[in-house]
Design a protein around this ligand. Structure first.
Ligand SMILES: Cc1ncc(COP(=O)(O)O)c(C=O)c1O
Length: 313
């Protein structure tokens, strides 16, 4: 496993996360399950990987140059990761966000030096109009010279950032990977990892996951749910049918219960989407049986959720 101790720059601290085997929550008779601990990235989520590639690919093409301002519409992890990368590389970062999102997240982005532009939600809730309104504002701003719109849901540089995660898994699990699963928001993580796994181990089964209460991929319609980062209510433009084999809808209540078990029984403090990932990984492991290997991802640190009701309800 690569070590982070020789890192020279905070940019080198992104990725090379540990991958551990679950010992206690996996029932007898199942395949082995490995989990990549992405909450150990600098801002506590795998989004650091995509933020780094979005900025560096734009620099490489010459679309982003010193003195320009990066713009993105975001309420959460993506914004914190972009703010972190922009701080290191000395770009101004303008976040279009809203009072509908947790104050900690808005303050994290400000702490990294981002300017936070608020689209006001009169009810303080995430309404169907809110995200499109934020995106329109970000797009509008980026029409002016000197701005670069990161556009996380459509930007092909997003999955590129997760290819490294796939390569690390191949190194960390030399026994081979029979199945990989992950919950999708913009789908960048699963697509980037699947590109690498399908190229090197074409028989690896890839499952994309969504909350059962927002079953856009399985039933064609969105819905109300509270799993941060996934179940976005529209078809993610980056989702490529050639790169996955099945779609699984997971009950949010089961995911939440699993997040609590992961903390208490495995020592993994992670968010709700991670709970969904492990519920689906156990089902795949049950179907595949012993001797096989199933892999999933702990998307982010649970520290972001301790003020909410994830660990108490
Ligand atoms: C906590 C969490 N889990 C899962 C996801 C989904 O990742 P992706 O957008 O790469 O599909 C996100 C994305 O925002 C997230 O913040």
């Amino acid at each position: 496993m690569s070590s982070k101790t020789s890192s020279r720059s905070m940019l080198d601290a992104v990725g090379n996360t540990p991958c551990i085997e679950l010992r206690n929550v996996v029932p007898d008779g199942c395949a082995r399950i490995f989990v990549k601990l992405e909450g150990l990235n600098p801002t506590g989520s795998y989004k650091d990987r995509m933020a780094k590639s979005v900025i560096e690919e734009a620099e490489r093409r010459g679309d982003l140059k010193p003195g320009m301002t990066v713009v993105e519409a975001t309420g959460g992890s993506t914004g914190s990761s972009l703010a972190f990368i922009c701080a290191i590389k000395r770009y101004e970062f303008l976040v279009v966000s809203s009072n509908a999102f947790a104050e900690e997240r808005l303050k994290t982005m400000s702490a990294f030096g981002a300017t936070v532009d608020i689209v006001h939600s009169p009810t303080g809730k995430i309404t169907p109009r809110l995200i499109p309104a934020m995106r329109e504002r970000a797009k509008e701003l980026s029409k002016e010279g000197g701005y670069y719109y990161a556009d996380q849901f459509s930007n092909p540089d997003v999955p590129v950032g997760y290819e490294g995660l796939g390569r690390e898994l191949l190194e960390q699990i030399p026994e081979g990977i029979d199945a990989f699963c992950g919950a999708v928001g913009g789908a960048g993580m699963v697509m980037g990892v699947a590109r690498i796994l399908k190229e090197k181990q074409p028989r690896c089964h890839v499952a994309v996951l969504e909350p059962a209460s927002a079953p856009f991929l399985t039933k064609g319609h969105g819905g109300v749910h509270s799993v941060e980062g996934i179940g976005i209510g529209f078809l993610p433009p980056l989702l490529d049918k050639k790169l996955y084999d099945s779609v699984v809808a997971v009950e949010e209540s089961e995911g939440r219960a699993m997040s609590r078990r992961l903390a208490k029984e495995e020592g993994i403090l992670a968010g709700t989407s991670t709970g969904l990932n492990v519920v689906a990984a156990i089902e795949l492991a049950r179907q595949l049986g012993p001797e096989k290997v199933v892999v999933t991802v702990a998307c982010d640190t649970g520290l972001k959720y301790v003020r909410g009701d994830l660990y108490t309800s």
